[in-house]
Design a protein around this ligand. Sequence first.
Ligand code: NDP
Length: 445
Amino acid sequence: MSYVDKIIADLEKKNADQPEFLQAAKEVLNSLRVVVDSDKTYESVALLERLVEPERTIQFRVPWVDDSGKVQVNRGYRVEYNSAIGPYKGGLRFHPSVNLSIIKFLGFEQIFKNSLTGLPIGGGKGGSDFDPKGKSDNEVMSFCQAFMTELQRHIGPDTDVPAGDIGVGGREIGFMFGQYKRIKNAFQGVLTGKGLTWGGSLARTEATGYGLVYMVEEYLNTIGDSFKGKNVAISGSGNVAIFATQKVQELGGNVITMTDSNGFVHHPAGINLDTIKHIKLVKRGRLTDYASKHGDAVHKETGTGRVWDVPVDIALPCATQNELNLNDAKALLKNGVKIVGEGANMPSTQDAADFFIENKVSFFPGKAANAGGVGTSALEMSQNSERLSWSFDEVNAKLKGIMVDIFHNIDDAAKEYGEDGNYILGANIAGFKKVAQAMLDQGII
Ligand code: NDP
C-alpha cells in the first residue's frame, strides 16, 4: 500500500463521521502522490500523519439570553490546524449546519490556501451552529459576546487571528472585537474584517469576490481573451457573490444569475447589483423580492430548477460547499461553459470537479481562487502591526498581485508535474510544498 493510501485508510477509520473533512483531505492527498511517493523523507518523519491532524481542536458551549429572556445554548469551535508558516488564520462561520466535520474541512483547506498567498499565515477555522438569520441585533450581540468570552483564551495577534465567513460580517466582527477588547484591556489586531475606523483595511470587504475575478481574468489574458461580452452564472448573494458580480460587471461581463438558500434569479439582461445590495445588505431579505422589482427576471424556488442549467460561458459558485454536483457539471458543459472558478469553499462535489478536469474545462479550485480574502486579511494584519492604513488603490493593487502570482504558481506546478491545466493538482502541490518544508525545518512537533 502506498504512503498516501495508508493515510487515507487511517483517516477513513478515525473520521468516518466527518464526510466533508474526508472529502477535502482525500482531494489534497490524492494530488500529493506524485510528490510524496518519489521522496521518502516525508514518510520517514510522518509528515502526512501530522499534516492531517489539527494541532489543536477546541469545542465549547456558548450560553446566551434571547430577547424573550430565555437561555439558549450553542456549540462553538476553533480548529487551530497548522502554524508551520505563521499564526493560525481563517474565518468564523455562524450557520446551523456547522459541525466539527465542516470546520475541519475548512481549516484543512485553509492551510494550503494561506500558503498559496505567499504570506506568513498558518491555517485555522472556527464557528458555531448559531443562526444569525431572523435574530435581532441585540440577540446577535449577546451571542457574539458569549462566543468571544471563551474564544479570547485561545487567540491573539501572534497566535490565531480569526476573520468572517458565512454568517459573520462586519456587525458580528464588531461585537466580537468589542468583547475581546473589554476582557483583555488591549486594542489588538486579533480579528480581521474590522470596521474602517478601528483597524479594518480598505478593500477587505471586496477582496474575495474581486480576487476570484482577478484570477480568472489573468487566465483569460494568457489565452488572449477577456470577460467582455461573456455570460456569467454566479451563485450566492452574500459577500463573495456580490463583489464578484461587481468586478465582472466592471470588466464588461454579463452576470445573469444569483442564488440564496430559497432559490435563484435568472436575469438575462444582467443582474442589477443595486437591487441585490438593497435586498441583502440593507433589508437582510430574500431574493424572491428581486423578480418583483425587475419584470424581465425570473425567480425559481429551490427544488423547481437548478441555477447551473442556465447556459453561460463562465460559472462562479460563491455560496457554500457541495452546491454544484455531477449533474450540474454535465449541464454546464453541455451548455458550453469554458471556465469554472470557485468563490466558495469546495462548492463542487469531487465528481463534479473531476468531470471538469477530464473535460478540459478550466477549473479554479476555491483554495486558490478565493484566497484573495485571506490574503487581504493578512494585509490588514500588517497595517495593524505598523499602525498604518493603506489606501484602497494600494490594497487593491496588492490583492491583484497576489491573485496573479497564485495563478502562475499553480499553473507552473501543474506543468512541472505533467498535468498542464489541472489547477487542483497545481494548487494542492504548490500550497503543500511550502508548508511541508517549514514542518521539515522545524523538527518533529
Ligand atoms: P455570506 O454569508 O455573505 O453569503 C453566503 C451566501 O450563500 C448567501 O447567499 C446564502 O444564502 C448562501 N448559502 C449559505 N449557505 C447555504 C446553503 N446551505 N444552501 C444554499 N445557499 C446557502 O457568506 P460569504 O459570501 O462570505 O461566503 C460564501 C462562501 O465563500 C463560503 O463558502 C465561504 O466559506 C467562502 N469564502 C468566503 C470568504 C470571505 O471573505 N467572505 C473568503 C473565502 C471563502 P442565504 O442568505 O439564504 O443564507
